[in-house]
Design a protein around this ligand. Structure first.
Ligand SMILES: [Zn+2]
Length: 292
């Protein structure tokens, strides 16, 4: 099974996770810029984080045989903090970089006026940079938040096929499907969507425009939920080709629209990217200093 996890926050994860992900078949991923759990107080905190996403974390992933891509944005929650407003001005510098495959995560958290302004502005940037957009739907008021999200996408002029609306469930999937956007599902260990509910959705509406991710971060989450969903699909009678489509070819098709993928789309199932643990990034290796 070859797997492309289209939404996972590796900055919050350990080297054990990287090893287990590789063993389960993960060969590529997208790490969206997001909320770190602790409010940032200056623009510099964001630029250091964005630099780490396009620099150190990509290097770290490569040491475990995984191609790392990222998305860059001011996340919905911090869009409410006036100290972070200037982040919007530094985004163009990052949206021009290699391996930045979308604008995101953008969208709504509490559906405030500030969130809507930042969301609309970042959809404009996606149009300007000809990049896809990754849109986060709120965990509360999901249905209304998704409706307003789709209205803003239409107003932005960004093609629906360039947008993935993420964290969907049985209640929100149909309106996103009708709008022609891609449908993202985050598979969590004990709340919201799990792999069996995911299989039921795939049985009902098919495999088109569906992305399945682990959305693993600093909270309770499981970076192997993509492979567990693949196993649940096989157990339910889907073919290995169906699994490959959902877990590999669909994310390649969606993020390939950026023209910036760093992974070979035709990568063989058993290919190893290979790695050298003593390699360095700006003088630093994952071995932390000499071992003698
Ligand atoms: Zn996320």
């Amino acid at each position: 099974m070859r797997i492309f996890d289209p939404h996972i926050h590796m900055t919050s994860r350990t080297t054990d996770d990287y090893e287990a992900m590789y063993a389960s078949g993960v060969r590529a991923l997208v790490e969206p810029a997001f909320w770190l759990g602790q409010p940032r107080t200056t623009v510099g905190s964001f630029t250091d984080y964005f630099d780490a996403l396009v620099g150190w974390e990509r290097f770290r992933a490569s040491q475990f045989g995984i191609a790392h891509h990222c998305t860059i944005a001011l996340n919905p929650k911090e869009a409410n903090d006036p100290r972070c407003a200037e982040v919007l001005d530094v985004l163009p510098r990052y949206l021009a970089k290699d391996g930045v495959v979308a604008v995101g995560e953008v969208g709504f958290d509490s559906m405030t006026v500030e969130e809507e302004k930042a969301f609309a502005r970042q959809l404009e940037l996606a149009v300007e940079f000809e990049l896809p957009a990754m849109v986060h739907t709120p965990h509360r008021d999901k249905e209304q938040g998704t409706r307003r999200t789709l209205e803003l996408v239409t107003e932005s002029g960004l093609a629906p096929g360039m947008v993935v609306v993420d964290h969907l469930n049985e209640v929100t999937v149909d309106q996103v499907d009708e709008a022609g956007c891609w449908m993202g599902f985050s598979i969590y260990p004990d709340t919201k969507m799990d792999e069996h509910r995911m299989v039921a959705i795939l049985q009902r509406r098919g495999l088109d425009r569906v992305l399945v991710n682990s959305a693993a971060d600093w909270g309770r989450s499981d970076p192997l939920k993509t492979s567990k969903t693949g196993a649940a699909m096989l157990a339910a009678g889907f073919s290995a080709d169906d699994v490959d489509r959902v877990l590999w070819r669909n994310p390649i098709e969606f993020f390939g629209q950026s023209g910036r993928l760093l992974v070979d789309p035709d990568l063989a199932d058993d290919a190893s990217a290979g790695s050298d643990a003593s390699a360095t990034f700006e003088g630093n290796s994952i071995l932390r200093g000499s071992r003698d």
